[in-house]
Write a protein that binds this ligand. Structure first.
Ligand SMILES: Cc1cc2nc3c(=O)[nH]c(=O)nc-3n(C[C@H](O)[C@H](O)[C@H](O)COP(=O)(O)OP(=O)(O)OC[C@H]3O[C@@H](n4cnc5c(N)ncnc54)[C@H](O)[C@@H]3O)c2cc1C
Length: 375
């Protein structure tokens, strides 16, 4: 006989762990996680420090309370980004894992969910060989409710290869076009500039019209530019339906201002850009171009280097108050799988915590109502 759970959480990442940690005692749950460990991507966030939310997120106070209640102190940097006080992403994973009530929750790692269907008996979840307690022999479980928290397609090396989109589609959900975002932009051969950094302003043009502008540290790579200010422009670069990516890129252009604190006149009167920008950059740029260095957009870096997924399960089919599917009762979706992305700075983890916790609250409520019915 297949083991039965009140709720099965697919994915032990940010949304899945926040969800599991918020499920009430007495509700039988399980987490099925494809990797050998929980929260593998969380460990890589914020350069290993985990930028867990941002003062600009309306839900930040609730997230900070959630973590403080579980013993994690945080600090805010001058840009409003919050990190664990210990500066260690592993502590965030540990706090979450420690908050899960193991009496009622079976955690199964190396458990890759391959199939999800809904029948008369509830949801049938099929997965590959699992380690850990619960279902050593069986690779199918039954559940009254399922939370798909399997992330997006960005950073496949962390286990997120887009499986959740297939599972959600199989139950009738629509997925909008997926594209890598929060990643570097390719704009030419910069091998002589690789590793160089400059403070500046990056403007993005589409068909000659400025569509975005960001300021910050620009990092030069062998074939383009990188850094948070560059990442934040990438959601604006995309191909239209049916358009070839290579053709789409031709419509975009960048302009770098590498002397944003200087006027045109001030830079023009200089003999060299050196002194404002470092040597190799100054060798390539005459003072005339330092405030408007035009570069083509040749492409953006792929899934492996992207920090987030553009597109996802469309939000019109999800109840925003509970994260429950409007098509399949008992199915909840949380985290990056949804078509809801934010810029760098803690916004995407905030989305994962918030939607995972919201799904858990709805599941808790549902359990209370069930018990009242059977009383
Ligand atoms: C390098 C990097 C740095 C980042 N830094 C930040 C940052 O500092 N701040 C910020 O806000 N955002 C950051 N992000 C983005 C952020 O990490 C994600 O948006 C967030 O983790 C999404 O949470 P999630 O729970 O939806 O997915 P994830 O945290 O990716 O978790 C999904 C989990 O589901 C598992 N899974 C997938 N398929 C299956 C399956 N078939 N069966 C079972 N399990 C499955 C995966 O192995 C994974 O553990 C960063 C991303 C990357 C790649």
């Amino acid at each position: 006989m297949n083991p039965r759970y009140d709720v099965c959480i697919i994915g032990g990442g940010a949304a899945g762990l926040a969800c599991a940690a918020s499920i009430d005692r007495g509700i039988r749950s399980c987490i099925l996680e494809k990797n050998e460990i929980l929260g593998r991507k969380i460990l890589a966030t914020g350069g290993g420090r985990c930028n867990l939310t941002n003062a600009g997120c309306p839900g930040a106070p609730a997230t900070l309370d959630f973590f403080a209640l579980r013993g994690l102190e945080t600090y805010r940097d001058p840009e409003g980004r919050y990190y664990p006080y210990s500066q260690c992403a592993a502590d965030v994973v540990r706090i979450l894992a420690d908050s899960i009530d193991k009496t009622y929750c079976d955690i199964m790692t190396s458990a890759e969910v391959s199939k999800l269907s809904r029948g008369k008996e509830g949801f049938l979840v099929e997965f590959g060989r699992a380690k850990g307690r619960g279902t050593r022999e069986a690779n199918t479980i039954l559940a009254d409710a399922v939370v798909i928290a399997s992330g997006g397609k960005a950073g496949p090396q962390f286990g997120t290869t887009g499986d959740g989109y297939r599972l959600a589609k199989g139950l009738g959900h629509q997925v909008s076009r997926l594209y890598p975002i929060l990643t570097g932009i390719e704009c030419g051969d910069f091998s002589d500039l690789k590793g160089i950094r400059a403070l500046g302003r990056v403007s993005l043009y589409r068909d000659g019209v400025k569509i975005g502008e960001e300021e910050g540290q620009i990092q030069f790579t062998a074939d383009g530019i990188s850094g948070i200010c560059v990442f934040n422009l990438t959601p604006l670069i995309r191909a239209e339906d049916g358009e070839r990516p290579a053709d789409a890129m031709k419509r975009y252009q960048l302009s770098l201002d590498l002397a944003p604190d200087f006027t045109e006149d001030q830079v023009r009167s200089r003999r060299s850009a050196f002194g404002i920008v470092t040597g190799p950059l100054a060798d390539r740029l005459d003072p005339e171009r330092i405030k408007d260095w035009r570069l083509p957009v040749l492409g953006i870096k792929g899934w492996k280097e992207a920090q987030c997924t553009g597109g996802g399960v469309i939000l019109d089919e999800i109840d925003p108050g509970t994260q429950e599917s409007l098509l399949v009762p008992g199915l909840y979706l949380a985290g990056e799988i949804l078509d809801a992305q934010g810029p760098c700075g803690g916004y995407n983890l905030q989305n994962a915590w918030e939607t995972g916790i919201r799904a858990a609250r709805a599941i808790n409520e549902r359990a209370i109502n069930e018990r009242a019915k059977n009383f």
